[in-house]
Design a protein around this ligand. Structure first.
Ligand code: DAT
Ligand code: MG
Length: 231
């Protein structure tokens, strides 16, 4: 519910994928599930309280800087903590070449949260809707044929800054221009076979997740490693 509060309402036309989620827990009872996010200030001495971020305590109370306009800290902290979601897809060439595990692990190791995952044969109309902004391009028909040519692996990932960071992990559209260390830079040689898709904005992240995932296919959960990834 924290993330819903940060996002506000659903985007027009599509229900927010966050609202479509049910809570997934393998534990016997939700009451026994440790909510480290909510209580770590009090329970884990290794993680100092961040309450100071919400208050203004001048280090030098008599300094002239006191008269300067103050930054509204709660607002600043809220924007730094914005949780985004992105749609990542292993394209048919990535599946055929046995790169599914390698590609998933790049996002997993980075520390983002997987909230949706499925192997899926994409129908023509969905591929066209997904790439509708490229409809006028000469390569559009070939692009659609490629995306529907075999199963893809659909993923929803969540995290602060996940959209831009995922694009960096993926690398440039043309794999020959993608930096070594990126997925495309390491694993592909041609734009028409660039193994992976990643949303290009938070808005498109929401739009694409709503497009590729159905009600009940997304999970909201709290990874046990959460307090080891973010202070
Ligand atoms: P990206 O996938 O990096 O977001 P994009 O959104 O511009 O790139 O294009 C979507 C896909 O379309 C891209 O991954 C591969 C294909 N594509 C883009 N430009 C192309 C081109 N000039 N020739 C052939 N395919 C192209
Ligand atoms: Mg794109």
């Amino acid at each position: 519910m924290e993330t819903v509060a940060v996002f506000g309402g659903a985007s027009p036309g599509f229900p927010s994928s966050l609202q479509r989620r049910r809570s997934c827990s393998s534990l016997p009872s939700a009451h026994h599930k440790p909510n480290l996010r909510a209580h770590h200030h009090h329970q884990l001495s290794a993680f100092p309280s961040s309450l100071h971020l919400f208050s203004y305590f001048p280090a030098r109370p008599h300094a002239r800087t006191l008269s300067k306009p103050r930054i509204f800290l709660p607002h600043l902290v809220a924007s730094l903590e914005q949780v985004d979601e992105t749609y990542i897809m292993v394209k048919p060439d990535g599946v055929q070449r046995g790169l599914v595990g390698e590609i998933i692990s790049r996002f997993e190791k980075k520390g983002f949260k997987l909230t949706g995952l499925k192997l899926f044969q994409c129908p023509q109309d969905l591929a066209e809707e997904h790439y509708k902004d490229l409809k006028g391009k000469s390569f559009f028909p070939k692009l659609i044929d490629y995306i529907v040519s075999g199963p893809v692996v659909c993923m929803a990932w969540e995290g602060v800054g996940v959209v831009a960071a995922a694009r960096k992990l993926i690398g440039a559209t043309n794999p020959l221009q993608a930096e070594p260390g990126t997925i495309r830079g390491d694993l592909a040689v041609q734009t028409g076979r660039n193994v992976v898709h990643g949303s290009d904005s938070p808005e498109n992240g929401k739009r694409e997740i709503a497009l590729w995932f159905k009600e009940g296919e997304l999970c909201q959960w709290t990874p046990v490693q959460a307090p080891w990834l973010r202070e």
